[in-house]
Ligand binder design. Structure first.
Ligand code: BDR
Ligand code: CA
Length: 311
């Protein structure tokens, strides 16, 4: 039976590929998409999510706009990575499908509370929406089957030496979520997602699908790779967010270990750092399964195969 799923995201080229992967996967029953401010403003991420749904041939999908800023920090977007639209390189028309009339937080609460079975949450951006939902209605915890998120790092960050973009954007929200007592949390941090590189060869395999989706994904990844080449000397952009969907489809691609994880919310130097207690030195019970290894080629094989479903 397909697993009910809500994706919360801030597209973002890598979020966009994650949505395309989810929409092409019959094992997942995508109930709705919630958007948040992150890579670009929430107006833009909401437009982008709808553009991607239309590209995927799913104009019936429900997209709910969420929080326009983090809980405490001012919003700092990432157009220098993702381009002005957040999905530069895609060249998609203005969306025609409507944005849903209720707020993403309200949608999360109402859907989770009414769900006949617990729902999986995939978080691909700052965790503001889920944090606000948890504060407003703590009982939703019981209705979350598991939470798989891209964010943080067991090692170094990508915005500061200590912090990764999604967590640094809203560290307070991330700490609310990680300390909420959700029964299963899976963290896919930079320490694994930065190994999942869109090399020119992997992009060409996707372009060679010779479909509109293949062409758009190849265009986005070509644009998105420029930053990582200049900044890190990597041969392409890491597909951070699609790792979350790949984990839901083929968890054996990742090796995880139960760890206690806490977000630094006070120090100026380490703000937004996900402190991962890999060796149990804090003696605190694990609150997440943290990924330490990934089969990157297996990931691209899965992605390319699923994208080939789009005609
Ligand atoms: C994360 O930040 C964003 O730029 C990407 O979409 C991804 O979610 C990587 O640090
Ligand atoms: Ca993202």
């Amino acid at each position: 039976m397909a697993r009910p799923l809500i994706v919360d995201c801030d597209p973002g080229q890598d979020d966009a590929v994650a949505l395309l992967l989810a929409l092409a996967s019959p094992e997942l029953q995508l109930l709705g998409i919630t958007t948040v401010a992150g890579n670009v403003t929430v107006q833009q991420t909401s437009d982008n999510a709808r553009r991607i749904c239309e590209l995927a041939g799913h104009p019936e999908m429900r997209v709910y706009a969420g929080c326009p800023r983090p809980l405490l920090r001012p919003l700092q977007t990432a157009e220098h990575v993702h381009g002005k639209t957040g999905i530069d390189g895609a060249d998609l028309p203005e969306p025609q499908m409507p944005l849903q009339p209720i707020h993403a937080v309200q949608y999360l609460i109402e859907t989770l509370m009414a769900a006949p079975q617990p729902v999986t949450l995939a978080l691909l951006g700052p965790m503001t929406n889920l944090a606000v939902a948890l504060v407003q209605q703590p009982q939703i915890v019981e209705h979350i089957d598991r939470l798989v998120f891209m964010g943080g790092s067991a090692f170094e960050g990508n915005v500061t030496p200590a912090a990764e973009f999604n967590i640094l954007t809203d560290p307070h929200a991330a700490q609310v979520v990680l300390s909420a007592g959700i029964r299963e949390v899976v963290m896919l941090g930079l320490n694994v997602t930065q190994q999942v590189i869109s090399t020119p060869e992997r992009i060409e395999r996707i372009r060679a699908l010779k479909t509109r989706v293949g062409e758009v994904v190849a265009g986005m990844l070509t644009f998105y790779g420029k930053f990582d080449l200049e900044r890190y000397g990597l041969p392409g952009g890491p597909l951070h967010d699609p790792c979350v969907i790949a984990y839901l489809l083929e968890p054996q691609l990742f090796q995880t270990q139960p760890c206690y994880v806490e977000v630094e919310t006070t120090s100026a130097l380490n703000l937004g750092r996900t402190v991962v207690d890999r060796w149990g030195t804090s003696h605190r019970p694990a609150n997440a399964q943290v990924a330490f290894e990934v089969d990157a080629q297996g990931f691209y094989d899965l992605l390319t195969e699923r994208l080939s479903c789009y005609k």
